[in-house]
Write a protein that binds this ligand. Structure first.
Ligand code: F0G
Length: 351
């Protein structure tokens, strides 16, 4: 009876739903806000991780998808479509199953993590691998939704942003006020838009005393907002944020400027360093794109741009199990032993 009910029921009065909206939910949201001990020590700040990989399909996309699929169902849609670097498609496929709808997903050929592909497949999505990048997939998905009977559930659909803003509500509800800085990875820029909206709404209603500065980080090879121009051939090992022309570009700039924040870049090397630190020293296993937030915080701290004593939240957006290749790569192969305690003890360094 005390189970978290999902973001629509928990925040119904702050979302564009009515009593007749059919709520399609996997009880997303209510994710852990975990104090980060090592990051706090390194920065001299109070750092928390908002662990969005704990959502039902393993990423923050579920917050937006419960809204998008519920509204699509309310409007009578029988099929939904999205472009995706993997997580949106996994989420759309799962929620479409719950709604009794067909899902179609367009992904960049060869550039999505295996776990995410497996999710779309097992949930029965119709998958097309597009000979192009995410930006091409989104162009195609938009065109199909305009010309065929299929509803678009990318974050260009404003109800996605409404759902995703609830993560900011949860943080303020937990901490008792907004943090001083909020750090997150930026790809298509929907999530930074959503958090900023959520923080602004709570501040406007006096639930928080202030809004945080929004710090977004793109991968260096896919950093159009930092460069100020479209990146034609984006590259990064963080495939989730391999995006060269973000749909919510102008909203990301507004979040940055209105909050007194920043949008900067981190290299793949910095991303992987943060990825390993999170797993090995905080006990939190995220996918590479998610580590861009933490990589950005560490970079800013090393550059002396983080004043000590602040309260900082880093969103880690997706579960490490989605893309385990990076956990295994470069790690030593486990040794094989016979069923023999003495040998096992010796190999474990116990004897
Ligand atoms: N982190 C992860 C794990 C993601 O999957 C994404 C986006 C982001 C960060 C960036 O969020 O796009 O709102 O700025 N993934 C999308 C997808 C593009 O298709 O799953 P954003």
């Amino acid at each position: 009876t005390h189970q978290w009910r999902g973001i629509i029921e928990e925040y119904r009065d702050r979302l564009p739903v009515s009593d007749t909206t059919p709520v399609v939910t996997l009880r997303e949201g209510g994710t852990p806000l975990v104090p980060a001990q090592v990051l706090s020590e390194r920065t001299g700040c109070e750092v928390h991780l908002k662990v969005e990989g704990a959502n039902p399909t393993g990423s923050f996309k579920d917050r937006g998808m419960t809204m998008a699929i519920s509204k699509a169902k309310e409007e009578g849609a029988k099929a939904v479509i999205c472009a995706s670097t993997g997580n949106t498609s996994a989420s759309a496929a799962a929620y479409a199953v719950r709604a009794g709808m067909v899902s179609a997903v367009l992904v960049p050929q060869g550039k999505i993590a295996l776990g995410k592909m497996g999710q779309a497949l097992v949930h029965g999505a119709k998958i097309l691998q597009v000979d192009g990048n995410f930006d091409d997939c989104l162009t195609l998905a938009r065109s199909l939704s305009e010309n065929y009977p299929v509803a678009l559930v990318n974050s260009v659909n404003p109800v996605r942003i409404e759902g995703q803003k609830t993560a900011a509500f949860e943080i303020v509800d937990m901490l008792g006020d907004a943090p001083d800085i909020h750090v997150l990875p930026v790809g298509n820029a929907g999530n930074i838009t959503a958090y900023w909206k959520g923080y602004q709404e709570y501040a406007a209603d006096g639930i928080s005393t202030h809004t945080p500065r929004m710090w977004g980080f793109q991968a260096s090879g896919s950093a159009p907002i930092v460069r100020g121009e479209v990146v034609k051939d984006p590259s990064t090992i963080a495939t989730a944020i391999r995006i060269g022309n973000p749909a919510s570009w102008s909203n990301a700039l507004a979040a940055r400027d209105e909050s007194g924040g920043a949008i900067d870049e981190v290299t793949d090397r910095e991303i992987l360093r943060a990825y390993r630190l999170l797993a090995a020293q905080e006990g939190v296993f995220v996918e590479p794109a998610s580590a861009a937030s933490v990589a950005g915080l560490l970079k800013a701290a090393e550059q002396g741009r983080v004043d000590p004593g602040q309260r900082i939240v880093c969103t880690v957006t997706g579960n490490g199990l989605k893309d385990p290749d990076w956990a295994v790569a470069g790690a030593p192969q486990p040794v094989t032993v016979p069923v023999d305690a003495a040998t096992a003890a010796e190999r474990l360094g116990l004897a």
